[in-house]
Ligand binder design. Structure first.
Ligand code: FAD
Length: 346
């Protein structure tokens, strides 16, 4: 029987970035992905925002995550011959109270890389009137579908990808044999399907369905992402991704009329332009109760691993934590920080 070192189950953001990490480190890695199953990565708007607008704080670990993220996507753009990561500022229309908070943050050195001066008038004329407008630096977006497709072509060309379903059952965990290949380790990067995994049912997921629209709006500026209660993100050719919704009960990947209406209403409160809705998607975010990624080895099956919990910020988290995951797989003594370790749920 053929042997290989690592099998990754799932080719979303988690599986793709981990596969590249291992491949670059010279590890013999194979990925199995079921294209019939839904993928949050394919639905995601791909936005990267270094701030949390709710409390006007920095996003968790942003100073560490952003440089690793930018370096990794640039490196993969070169390898795959495709451009998929774009830097783009965010305009945030501010209320009177938020304006005060923004001024406070502006004088705080910790925010210097992420916050610009306040503008009295919007740099984009069709944004509806607000008290003032803050500009976020260091933000941008990943064309997630394009990234997955380019990576998939690369993996297929290297015979690293099998397009099939991996049945999670007892025999597979013990033998670790798939398609006549014996794997030393298996890493589950299954996104929201982790909920049905028989070995990782101790991980406290709090999945969140989200819906996103694609609109055509030729009058809307393509130089900024606009964000207040809804984001409007330019993806080229006068197309924009607009979203999103949060739903914790209906965890299907079916788009709904209510979801669409809620996004359209918020969009009309934000900008004053004509637009046409062209597409509508829904997906399920693999979110964990404490909103942190999940990395680790199964407590009883020492050859079975998990990399999940990328939640709402997968684009920024995945490159940094894929590196951590590689270290965990390649070095038996390596320990990830408790905050992200799957052991925190035991
Ligand atoms: C509406 C919406 C908007 C979002 N917007 C943003 C955003 O703007 N910015 C941001 O950073 N994040 C955003 N996210 C979150 C982001 O999409 C996720 O954090 C990230 O994509 C999760 O990646 P993943 O690889 O863990 O899961 P997924 O992308 O879901 O990938 C899991 C993969 O595993 C495969 N799979 C599962 N089980 C099996 C099996 N048994 N056998 C074979 N294959 C299997 C599936 O086919 C799938 O391809 C958004 C999510 C949603 C739903």
């Amino acid at each position: 029987m053929k042997e290989a070192e690592v099998l990754i189950v799932g080719q979303g953001l988690a599986g793709t970035l981990l596969a590249f990490e291992l491949h670059f480190a010279g590890v013999d890695v194979c990925i199995v992905n079921n294209p019939q199953k839904s993928s949050a990565t394919r639905v995601a708007a791909g936005m990267v925002n270094p701030l949390m607008f709710k409390r006007m704080t920095k996003s968790w670990m942003v100073d560490e995550l952003l440089p690793v993220m930018k370096k990794r996507y640039r490196q993969l753009e070169e390898l795959l011959g495709e451009r998929f990561y774009f830097d783009l500022p965010i305009i945030k229309p501010l209320s009177e109270q938020e304006t005060g908070l923004w001024h406070e943050r502006k004088t705080d050195d910790k925010f210097a890389s992420y916050i610009e001066e306040i503008c009295e008038t919007s740099p984009v004329e069709h944004v509806l009137k607000s008290h003032a407008y803050g500009i976020v630096k260091g933000s941008g977006y990943l064309k997630t579908g394009l990234f997955l497709d380019s990576a998939k072509r690369y993996f297929l060309s290297k015979q690293m990808l099998i397009e099939a379903d991996f049945p999670a059952n007892k025999d597979n965990f013990e033998d670790r044999v798939f398609r006549d290949i014996q794997f030393n380790r298996i890493v589950f990067c299954e996104g929201h399907y982790l909920k049905r995994h028989p070995l990782f049912d101790f991980i406290r997921l709090q999945l969140a369905k989200g819906e996103v629209l694609q609109i055509y709006a030729p009058q809307l500026s393509e130089n900024y992402i606009i964000n207040r209660r809804v984001f409007v993100l330019p993806i080229g050719y006068h197309r924009f991704k607009v979203g999103s919704t949060y739903e914790w009960k209906d965890l299907s990947d079916v788009p709904t009329e209510e979801g669409k209406e809620s996004i359209v209403d918020r969009l009309k409160d934000l900008v004053n332009v004509d637009f046409k809705v062209e597409q509508h998607w829904a997906g399920v975010r693999p979110t964990v109760i404490d909103r942190r990624p999940v990395l680790g080895k199964h407590p009883q099956h020492e050859h079975i691993f998990v990399f999940n919990g990328l939640g709402t910020k997968g684009v920024m988290l995945a490159p940094y934590f894929a590196t951590e995951m590689k270290s965990l797989l390649c070095n038996n003594q390596y320990q990830v920080i408790t905050e992200v370790s799957s052991d925190r749920f035991l």
